[in-house]
Design a protein around this ligand. Structure first.
Ligand code: NAD
Ligand code: ZN
Length: 353
């Protein structure tokens, strides 16, 4: 679990104070990985407490993190600075938060990041790392994974050293998120709740967080009588609780299939989950019904025909990626999942998307 967290509008201002005691030496810098959407945004950039040899690196979130990108960043940091960094601070959405987690791990672990995709392969504690989300929904700020696309698979580095040492939850940072992106990333949280609450791995720990996140999602996306600020505050907490819920259970069908879309077509996580979830009424009937209601309430039209022109080989690639996520299917369907989830079944679902 994340060991330290502060919450509140304006809490981003505490970053300097928080980092002060964590600086190892004047030559051991803090490296700030910041979403490049904030380039020139003085509301954010002027509040980043740079000192000594600290470095700010802007990173595009146009594509999801790759293992090669992590390795390049690590190399760049090692070559630029004499000393190992005092800490890595990620400021952005799931893309930047995952990069920050992965870079902090790879600064202390040998080899390439692709070697650590899987469960509990990291053996050495990561460099101190801080997560500051600027968009809510993924739960990446709280989870024990960092999802990376590697040469062979899209899979997380799941380990006890992955979670942030410190998280700053400042809902004010999310005020300029574009409406569509707000919906897609928010729905990631909603889908985490549905998949966790309807999974066979469900337990009292996951259920208590999942139910709270689900309730908050309904307040935000269905009932709609919140002020903008209340809505930002509550979505940030929904994301946290949704992440906590899956931390002790698993996600399910939408995530497994959306990983396939993302691996082959580069479809981003939030929108990809929405595109898949839209066709999963046989697995999550009530969840999909409410999802359709939310889509209509917010005037969201999802892209169609994504898989219209794919070849059999391309379908096979997506199906292989999806089927590789065994724990997700075990959670969603149960031990006999292989009897239900056949290659033909997945192909017929992908063909609808
Ligand atoms: P994102 O980080 O990809 O950002 C989406 C878009 O929103 C980008 O264009 C970004 O620049 C923009 N944006 C972010 N904050 C903004 C702000 N305050 N104002 C204006 N624009 C802003 O989106 P995401 O949905 O948060 O993250 C998706 C990523 O998270 C995927 O790579 C996915 O694999 C990962 N993920 C990780 C976990 C985990 O547990 N580690 C869980 C779910 C998803
Ligand atoms: Zn997700």
């Amino acid at each position: 679990m994340v060991s330290r967290v502060v919450f509140g509008r304006g809490s981003f201002n505490q970053l300097g104070e928080i980092l002060e005691s964590k600086r190892l030496s004047p030559t051991a810098p803090f490296i700030f990985l910041v979403d490049d959407v904030f380039k020139g945004d003085i509301f954010i950039t002027t509040r980043i407490p740079l000192a000594y040899d600290d470095e700010l690196i802007f990173i595009s979130a146009a594509e999801e993190p790759k293992t090669s990108q992590v390795d390049e960043l690590v190399e760049k940091i090692i070559l630029t600075h004499n000393d190992r960094p005092s800490g890595i601070i990620g400021i952005g959405g799931g893309t930047i938060l995952d990069l920050a987690k992965a870079v902090s791990i790879m600064l202390t672990n040998e080899g390439e990041s692709k070697d650590y995709q899987g469960w509990d392969l990291v053996k050495t504690p990561a460099v101190y790392h801080v997560g500051i989300p600027t968009i809510s929904g993924t739960g990446a700020e709280v989870s024990r994974t960092t999802v990376l696309t590697g040469p062979e698979k899209k899979l997380g580095i799941n380990s006890d050293y992955t979670p942030f040492d410190q998280v700053i939850l400042d809902p004010e940072l999310t005020k300029n998120v574009p409406k569509q992106q707000w919906f897609y990333t928010g729905m990631d949280c909603y889908i985490h709740c549905i998949e966790s609450l309807n999974g066979t791995f469900l337990n009292a720990f996951s259920q208590s967080y999942g139910e709270k996140a689900f309730e908050l999602c309904k307040e935000i996306f269905v009932e709609g009588n919140l002020s903008e600020e209340e809505s930002q505050d509550k979505l940030m907490m929904a994301s946290w609780h949704g992440g906590m819920s899956i931390a002790y259970s698993q996600v399910g069908v939408a995530h497994a299939m959306s990983y396939g879309l993302s691996y082959l077509l580069g479809t981003k996580h939030g929108i990809g989950n929405c595109i898949v979830f839209n066709h999963l009424e046989e697995f999550y009937p009530e969840g999909v019904e409410l999802f359709n209601k939310m889509k209509n309430l917010h005037g969201i039209e999802l892209p169609e025909g994504l898989c219209a022109d794919l070849t059999d080989e391309q379908f096979d690639i997506m199906i292989d990626v999806a089927l590789g996520l065994e724990p997700l299917w075990m959670n969603a369907i149960g031990k006999n999942w292989k009897q239900v989830i056949t290659r033909e079944k997945l192909k017929s679902l992908y063909q609808k998307m």
